[in-house]
Design a protein around this ligand. Structure first.
Ligand code: PEP
Ligand code: MG
Length: 570
């Protein structure tokens, strides 16, 4: 049995498909017969064209015409006579192998496009590199896995999955995900939970122990993986899967029930989403609103920024679907582990401490922040939208965003466009700095939402995705707990709403503590909502005070965790 980190609950049973993006090694070779090599190149060109056409057709059918446009652009590049002619000349004149000629010519073009600076040309550069790799893969016989059309019953095994790869997965065919890297709060893990696919991450070395087609069983709650288990063990896990699905069914009785404690304290259990389509799940699991819409997903998996109009449509759709219930939309939080190639962000030496989130947005007001804030304000006329700013560390950042929001409001007034003039503007409290001055923030902002994923990272100085130091990453660490308690207390004293949208909000061992501290809103993956509601209805906040005091008295993470584990199992 292999042990990693459980990242998405449930039992996954299926056959391994190893998803690997191999680095291509392109060597220069001198060839004797250039004409024959040109024929080899032409064959690869034709095959690449066929592959791209098939991919484009599939994407158009599955996702939409707009998404398929990117691939149609690739087909045009592949059929450009100038490019093809230059590669052939290179083979002929330099007497080099086709792979190398493609490398030389395509890289030359890609670099040229990239140096032109504007976004469209950057994209051309990316496209050029893409078709280069595709042709070289054909020549070298390297197959890439098409993640969208894996066979039914697949368990994906990979070094790591990017968020956009995870988003491309078809949940009907994928029964589990196992990765060597990542953590519970990495974005691919969050997406796996949104797709309700059991997942185990941070399982280093698993690729050396699994081959394509192996029977795999994974437990996304325990974080364990079995390779080719014996029949009785397999049966045991099949039963476990049944039990998991049965519990899921039983929780349905909490649909339509209020989230209220035994002593009558009413809280809200709301949802984290990444795309407008996710509201279907929020409604299915009876979320009382949206506590976090991670808008960066609208910007991912595409070649250029979504326009103000596209964003407006996305935000409006969620606001309308939630029908007056609160919808907290977080402005763009990129950087860190969330890269967007066309944004022209350079790799930071220290991405989690660098140029990201609100820092980046305030630096790119005109092309990035304004269109997003305008779209949000316009959409606010259609529902109960609140705007939330990520990664705030100082009050000046909040004031700058607020000033920008007011500027845009004046603009909209002039244009006669409707919006909610009293829209709430709140912050994520997810840095040590924001936590330490939570009392100051609470006097100025409209609401808090505690981002424990980052708060833990920045409080403990531990990269949330680094499995080598993950033993330090716990929201039950006394330092993190004190921070959480303090943030909630400051908000309650100032009379503003305080929620939590980090993963800790749905942790059964954390919920009793959060109730005792006075948290107003719990935001989580839609599939976790009913279990959280069930827990909330079982407690009385008065009884929980004692539990919280005891939990806060321990010196170590282990003591707190053991105490809470025991408490909830009673
Ligand atoms: C957090 O940091 O807790 C959070 C909710 O934001 P994200 O996971 O997107 O960084
Ligand atoms: Mg965060």
């Amino acid at each position: 049995m292999y042990k990693g980190t459980g990242a998405s609950a449930g039992i996954g049973i299926g056959n391994a498909v190893i998803v690997e993006e191999k680095e291509l090694v392109i060597k220069r070779e001198t060839i004797n017969d250039p004409d024959q090599e040109i024929q080899r190149f032409k064959g690869a060109l034709e095959e690449s064209m066929k592959q791209t056409e098939a991919l484009a057709a599939d994407l158009e059918k599955r996702v939409g015409e707009k998404e398929a446009e990117i691939l149609k652009g690739h087909i045009m590049l592949l059929s450009d006579p100038m490019l093809v002619g230059e590669i052939q000349n290179n083979i002929q004149n330099e007497k080099v192998n086709a792979e190398f000629a493609i490398e030389t010519v395509c890289t030359m073009y890609a670099d040229m496009f990239a140096s032109m600076g504007d976004e469209l040309m950057q994209q051309r550069a990316t496209d050029m590199r893409d078709i280069k790799t595709r042709m070289q893969k054909v020549l070298l016989g390297v197959e890439s896995v098409d993640i969208a059309s894996l066979p039914e019953g697949t368990v994906i095994v990979a070094k790591d999955l990017t968020p956009s790869m995870t988003a491309g997965i078809n949940p009907a065919n994928v029964s589990g995900i196992v990765t060597e890297l990542g953590g519970r709060t990495s974005h691919s893990a969050i997406l796996a939970r949104a797709l309700e696919i059991p997942a185990v991450v941070a399982l280093s070395g698993i690729l050396d122990n699994v081959s394509n087609g192996d029977a795999l069983v994974l437990d996304g709650t325990e974080g364990t993986v079995l390779v080719n288990p014996e029949e009785p063990v397999l049966k045991e896990y099949q039963d476990k899967r049944e039990a998991f699905l049965k519990e899921k069914k039983e929780l349905e009785q909490y649909i339509g029930k209020p989230s209220v404690t035994k002593d009558g304290v009413k809280v809200e259990v709301v949802a984290n989403i990444g795309k407008p389509e996710d509201v279907d799940k929020v409604l299915q699991y009876d979320g009382e609103g949206v506590g976090l819409f991670r808008t960066e997903f609208l910007f991912m998996d595409r070649d250029s920024m979504p326009t103000e109009e596209e964003q407006f449509e996305a935000y409006r759709k969620v606001a309308v679907a939630m029908d007056g219930k609160p919808v907290i939309i977080r402005t763009l939080d990129i950087g860190g582990d969330k890269e967007i190639p066309y944004m022209g962000l350079k790799k930071d030496e220290n991405p989690f401490l660098g140029y990201r989130a609100v820092r980046f947005c305030l630096d790119r007001k005109d092309d990035v922040y304004r269109p997003q804030l305008r779209a949000l304000l316009r959409a606010s006329a259609y529902g109960n939208i609140k705007i939330m700013i990520p990664l705030v560390t100082c009050i000046e950042e909040y004031r700058q965003v607020k000033a920008l929001v007011h500027e845009i409001m004046a603009e909209l007034d002039k244009e006669g466009i409707a919006y909610n003039k009293n829209i709430d503007l709140g912050i994520m409290v997810e840095t040590a700095a924001a936590s330490l001055i939570a009392d100051i923030f609470a006097k100025e902002v409209d609401f808090f939402s505690i981002g424990t994923n980052d708060l833990t990272q920045y409080t403990m100085s531990v990269d949330r995705g680094n499995d080598k130091v993950s033993y330090l990453y716990s929201t039950f660490n006394p330092a993190v707990l004190r921070s959480i308690k303090r943030i909630i207390t400051c908000a309650r004293e100032a009379g503003i709403m305080v929620g939590m949208c980090g993963e800790a909000a749905s942790d059964p061992m954390m919920i009793p503590l959060l109730l005792a501290f006075g948290l107003n809103e719990f935001s989580m993956s839609p599939s976790a909502i009913l279990r959280a509601r069930k827990m909330i209805t079982q407690y009385s906040t008065k009884e929980l005070q004692e539990v919280a005091d005891k939990a806060m008295s321990f010196a170590t993470t282990a003591e707190v965790e053991n105490y809470m584990r025991e408490f909830i199992s009673k």
